[in-house]
Design a protein around this ligand. Structure first.
Ligand SMILES: NC(=O)c1ccc[n+]([C@@H]2O[C@H](COP(=O)([O-])OP(=O)(O)OC[C@H]3O[C@@H](n4cnc5c(N)ncnc54)[C@H](O)[C@@H]3O)[C@@H](O)[C@H]2O)c1
Length: 250
């Protein structure tokens, strides 16, 4: 028995990094997965990996900051599977700059993808989840939606917005039996880290205060996503699950 058997899960930003990992794990645990991303080639590859392993997945090209595309993605998912039980709002971008060097365009695009994208997902999915009798929304924030860091003003503001949007939706959607929680990863080895991922000195510096003294692999966050996506977390809503190796503890 899989932990999300019979459920339909939509994962944004599912082409690469953590979104790919979340998609693979949810499929492995029995969900039919709708992978969405702006990157068609890599997104199709994630869906194909799932099908090759005997799972059920489709890919839909999707810019998470577009309301029109959200409506289309939800419609296509419901047409394919009849319902949506799980939404993982994972798509995100980072532009690392000090606040005084951050342009309005930097700010706007970061907010559009990281905050507006999550707002639109949480809003648009509700009728499909109501149809399923309820559901689970997992919003990927960051430890930088909770604590400060250098050169990340727009990113931090966008992830802080996700943290509070999650709590607001948890309150509003309880009446529909929809739970809404956020996850706050620490430093995870994905393409988002860019060159820094191979810069051991930089990683070491960032991780100096991390109790576990290492970065994580995407699958270590995916297991937290799976918990919140599954019925095992039936009494969790509005919560913030920190997956950071203890970075924010000391
Ligand atoms: N890597 C980390 O250390 C870390 C830490 C905390 C939080 N996060 C968050 O986790 C999430 C996943 O990050 P990751 O590290 O896997 O990043 P990543 O860059 O490896 O992957 C992000 C994915 O999102 C997609 N994407 C970008 N813009 C999009 C858009 N407008 N619409 C749809 N898809 C879009 C990309 O194509 C890519 O497939 C992000 O929200 C990120 O902010 C990452």
């Amino acid at each position: 028995m899989g932990r999300v058997d019979g459920k339909v899960a939509l994962v944004t930003g599912g082409a690469m990094g953590m979104g790919e990992s979340h998609s693979l794990l949810l499929a492995q645990e029995g969900a039919k997965v709708v992978v969405t991303d702006i990157n068609t080639e890599a997104g199709e590859a994630t869906a194909q990996q799932i099908r090759d392993a005997g799972g059920d997945a489709i890919f839909i090209q999707h810019d998470a900051s577009s309301e029109e595309q959200w409506r289309s993605v939800i419609d296509q998912s419901v047409a394919a599977h009849g319902k949506i039980d799980i939404l993982i709002n994972n798509a995100g971008i980072v532009i690392s700059k000090p606040n005084e060097e951050t342009t309005l365009d930097d700010w706007d695009i970061t907010m559009a993808v990281n905050s507006t994208g999550v707002f639109l997902g949480c809003k648009t999915v509700v009728p499909a989840m109501e149809k399923a009798g309820g559901g689970s929304i997992v919003n990927i924030s960051s430890i930088y939606g909770i604590i400060g860091a250098p050169n990340a003003a727009a990113y931090q503001a966008s992830k802080g917005a996700v943290r509070m949007l999650t709590k607001s939706c948890a309150v509003d959607y309880a009446q529909y039996n929809i739970r809404v929680n956020s996850i706050h990863p620490g430093v995870i080895r994905t393409p988002m880290l860019g060159d820094a991922a191979n810069d051991e000195a930089a990683i070491k510096q960032v991780l100096a205060g991390t109790i576990l003294e290492r970065a994580a692999e995407p699958i270590e966050v995916s297991y937290a996503v799976l918990l919140l996506a599954s019925d095992e977390s039936s009494y969790m809503t509005g919560s913030e699950l920190v997956v950071d190796g203890g970075y924010t503890t000391v």
